[in-house]
Design a protein around this ligand. Structure first.
Ligand code: 5AD
Ligand code: SF4
Length: 452
């Protein structure tokens, strides 16, 4: 008898809809994926770990460099065999926005192509896919949507979370696709950002990262707060221990941001300020809207701050027309500034961008050589400069444990990775904050021991 009851129940329940989502690219995409997951789960879908298990396979894509874009098409090619099993495929994010309906021609088994500004409408798009429509698009909202938040967000980390405060970019650097994929700048009101921060604090989040392609170009539509004031206000939310922000643009980087960091202890000692090149001539060609000296002026504000602010940056080598001399200037900037980390890239021509019209004449091997020289030099700088931390006691948010090495790990307020030992019998909780004495340094991380 009980068996029959179970059978009846099982027959009345529809098989659950499943999806697999892979994310490429920057933190904005990682956070967008959290919005996509939240929306799909609210629509009754269950997230699965493999393509094999999924009914719907989604790729949230990045088109910042050609290599990132190619990855997505390779992935789609690898998995097109699953189409015969009735799986549906969707391309989301920047490649979707950039390539639009052309994706259907290139990969006919794809049934959804949607840019980031349309995720709010995913429920309606899903209904169409479920009804068997083969070419569903969400591509039109990028210039017009003022509200880029979705109703649901499924954050993956229970302690540290992102909040998008500004979408899009109006800077139009010569090499960059972002203004075309993410559209014009749109900021959220400071009230809605603060409400989300308070809600997250109530849920137990103690670290928040404010996101935007140009986070410091933030303009409060309600006119109440500047970026620096919003940053300070998020830092003052009850329960908040750490507030970060990324990515900043040097042109809009005001001294008030440094003053806010100095004044509000919860704001982290870290600024990511991409410089791209050390040569004013190249910066001009890149349409970056600042000179080497203006960048160095901003660095001097950080050096003069009361807090020990760690500075990291992005660099592009091999931009059209970059001479050996220009490149030398980028190397000399590394020495002059003493960045705590850099992300280096070979210039990659992108669709729609102004620099596509310039001849990409520097051979790939030369770009690769310059990139190697750049990264090697930075490694040497970090090898020496990270030693300055040895002997200090710093606060770390505990993130994980490497069982094999019996070592824990986390990040300092400066965003440096710190691996540490804990005393016998102590198990620090993930998400908790502990004090660690720095005992050693490597080019990209620090070593320490928990202090009790
Ligand atoms: N080629 C190489 N690097 C690029 N970036 C942006 N566009 C390109 C491009 N076309 C780099 C910049 C930016 C980072 C996110 O990616 O350094 O700051
Ligand atoms: Fe791209 Fe420049 Fe905008 Fe940054 S500021 S997103 S590099 S166009």
């Amino acid at each position: 008898m009980p068996c029959r009851v179970i059978l009846t129940l099982a027959m009345s329940v529809e098989p659950q809809k499943t999806f697999y989502l892979e994310t490429f690219g920057c933190q904005m995409n990682v956070h967008d994926s959290e919005k996509v997951v939240g929306t799909l789960v609210s629509e009754g879908y269950r997230q699965v770990e493999t393509v094999e298990e999924a009914g719907l396979v989604l790729y949230n894509t990045c088109s910042i460099r050609d290599k990132a874009e190619q990855k997505v098409f390779n992935r789609l090619n690898d998995y097109k065999k699953f189409q015969k099993q009735g799986k549906k495929f969707g391309v989301l994010g920047c490649v979707a926005q950039q390539e639009g309906e052309k994706i259907f021609e290139r990969a006919p088994y794809v049934s959804l192509v949607a840019g980031s500004a349309s995720y709010r409408n995913l429920p309606q798009m899903l209904v169409q896919i479920e009804a068997g429509k083969s070419r569903v698009t969400g591509l039109d909202d990028r210039e017009t949507d003022e509200c880029f938040e979705t109703e649901f967000t499924s954050r993956t980390n229970p302690y540290r979370g992102y909040i998008t405060i500004i979408e899009g970019c109006d800077k139009f650097c010569a090499y960059c696709v972002v203004p075309y994929t993410r559209g014009k700048e749109r900021s959220r009101t400071s009230e809605s950002v603060l409400a989300e921060a308070r809600q997250m604090a109530d849920l137990g989040y103690s670290e928040i990262q404010l996101l935007g392609q140009n986070v410091n170009s933030y303009k409060d539509p309600s006119g109440k707060k500047t970026f620096a004031e919003l940053l300070a206000a998020v830092g003052e939310v009850s329960g908040m221990k750490r507030v970060r922000f990324t990515t900043s643009h040097p042109r809009d980087f005001g001294r008030d941001i440094i003053e806010a960091i100095d004044a509000v202890p919860t704001l982290c000692d870290h600024v990511h300020l991409p410089v791209q090149s050390g040569s004013t001539r190249v910066l001009d060609a890149m349409q970056r809207l600042y000179t080497r000296d203006q960048y160095l002026e901003r660095v001097s504000w950080m050096t003069a701050a009361k807090r020990d602010i760690s500075l990291t940056s992005d660099m592009i080598v091999g931009f059209p027309g970059e001479t050996e001399e220009d490149f030398e200037q980028t190397l000399s900037l590394l020495e002059e500034v003493g960045f705590d980390a850099i992300f280096g890239f070979k210039y990659s021509p992108r669709p729609n961008t102004p620099s596509l019209a310039l001849e990409d004449a520097i051979p790939d091997e030369e770009k690769a050589r310059r990139l190697n020289v750049l990264l090697e030099k930075q490694r040497d700088i970090q090898r020496t400069s990270y030693q300055r931390h040895i002997g200090k006691i710093v606060e770390v948010m505990v993130e994980g444990k490497n069982e094999a090495r019996a070592q824990w790990n986390g990040r300092t307020t400066q965003n440096t990775i710190l691996n540490f030992k804990v005393p016998e019998g102590v198990e620090p909780a993930k998400g908790s904050y502990i004090q660690v004495m720095i005992t050693g340094s490597f080019p990209n991380s620090l070593l320490g021991a928990m202090v009790i």
